[in-house]
Write a protein that binds this ligand. Structure first.
Ligand SMILES: Cc1ncc(COP(=O)(O)O)c(C=O)c1O
Length: 400
């Protein structure tokens, strides 16, 4: 058969990262590479009870087709959860926030459209935008998020800027209050829509992050949220909040994709969440992840002593970002680390433009404290060996 692929299929490359991470799939590896929440946090009994309750009380409706907008009590619960005045009519329940990114791409991107992203940014967003053939452009960023002057300089004719203000994936950084105020004002002034992705915002360790960008200018933003990190990712349940002018288009795009997000799951989560369950459950996730973050920082401080290794101390979320000494390429370092039974994610694929080969992302949530200690020690040995090799090459006589 002569299959002729659509031009956009060429843009659907296998995730570079997935290819790189294939080497990590060996048994015995301690993986700091995954983007998975800790399964210890999944409230299995609460789901078992809610599942029985939904089937018993509303079984027929729970197994029937349902509204594309989502289950009304869940949309109301989402509106109530958010820290600004949200009309539940503006809430669209999505099949994970990843679907929200897909819908945004379909509704807002034409081939060649300029789309602004952070440096670096969430790889899954670049993947979701890719088939719509945008021209993604990186906005210079520092520890506090995007730099406003560069955002303003690049804003003209951009369809939107995609931002992750809280405990960003991959860097773990958080946008400060001052930066949020400045970004929000600059985007409003430039007429630049903001897509705000916030799957990690509830996972703060010492204090809640500043108000979302959307709360400052709801008409200028689409907000994406998720139940993956506060309940469980296997639910595939997320939501978006959109201005009323754009909501119908996002809804129509969703209808074409999957008609609606599984209603059984929506009803079950709605049943789990009643009586303030999240207010009791989420603090237990915060406590666990904080302890693991502390363990990783202690291990890095101890094991990388004397090396030019920079890393941050995220105030929440699941990831820490590190930069290794001059001359190291983390893509090449990974197989050597895997030989020593530790895996991480190289940073370069997270950049829309040229990546920084010295960077890497470490997840501190799925490995135990003991495993974190072992893994960081193994990573330090790998790095010292690589640096020694680099030193030898530099000393070797130049080929004639
Ligand atoms: C920044 C970001 N956005 C969106 C997603 C997708 O999450 P969901 O499970 O809600 O589809 C992830 C998943 O890791 C993420 O890190």
């Amino acid at each position: 058969m002569n299959w002729k692929l659509a031009a956009r299929a060429a843009k659907m490359n296998p995730s570079v990262l997935r290819e790189i991470l294939k080497v990590t799939e060996r048994p015995g590896i301690i993986s700091l590479a995954g983007g998975l929440p800790s399964p210890k946090t999944f409230p299995i009994q609460a789901f078992a009870d809610a599942c029985a309750e939904v089937l018993h009380n509303d079984g027929q409706a729970a197994l029937q087709y349902a509204a594309s907008e989502g289950y009304a009590p869940l949309r109301q619960a989402v509106a109530d959860m958010l820290p600004w005045n949200v009309d539940p009519a503006q809430v669209l329940i999505t099949t994970g926030s990843q679907q929200g990114l897909d819908l945004v791409a379909k509704v807002l991107i034409d081939p060649g459209s300029k789309v602004l992203v952070e440096t670096p940014t969430y790889l899954g967003a670049l993947q979701a935008f890719g088939p719509m053939e945008p021209n993604p452009m990186s906005v210079a960023s520092d520890e506090d998020g995007v730099i406003v002057q560069d955002l303003v300089a690049k804003a003209k004719d951009a369809r939107f800027v995609y931002l992750l203000p809280n405990f960003q994936n991959p860097t773990g950084r958080t946008m400060t209050e001052e930066r949020r105020a400045a970004v929000s004002a600059a985007a409003a002034e430039a007429g630049l829509p903001i897509i705000e992705d916030n799957p990690y915002g509830e996972l703060w360790f010492d204090e809640a992050p500043p108000l979302p960008l959307t709360a400052r200018n709801p008409e200028g933003c689409i907000y994406l949220g998720s139940f993956s990190k506060v309940l469980a990712p296997g639910l595939r349940l997320g939501f978006l909040v959109a201005p009323k002018a754009i909501y119908p288009k996002l809804l129509q795009a969703k209808q074409a994709v999957d008609l609606h997000t599984p209603i059984f799951t929506q009803r079950m989560v709605s049943a789990v969440m009643k009586d303030g369950f999240l207010d009791r459950h989420v603090p237990t996730i915060r406590a666990l992840y904080k302890c693991q973050r502390d363990a990783m920082i202690a291990a890095l401080t101890r094991e990388m002593a004397g090396l030019d290794v920079k890393f941050n101390a995220p105030k929440g979320g699941m990831f820490l970002w590190a930069r290794l000494p001059e001359g190291i390429d983390t893509v090449k370092l990974l197989p050597k680390a895997v030989e020593r039974n530790v895996a991480f994610v190289p940073g370069a694929p997270f950049y829309a433009g040229l990546g920084d080969p010295r960077t890497l992302r470490l997840s501190f949530v799925t490995a135990s404290v003991e495993e974190i200690d072992t893994a960081i020690a193994a990573l330090a040995v790998t790095l010292r060996e690589e640096l020694a090799l680099l030193g030898e090459h530099q000393l070797a006589p130049a080929p004639v």
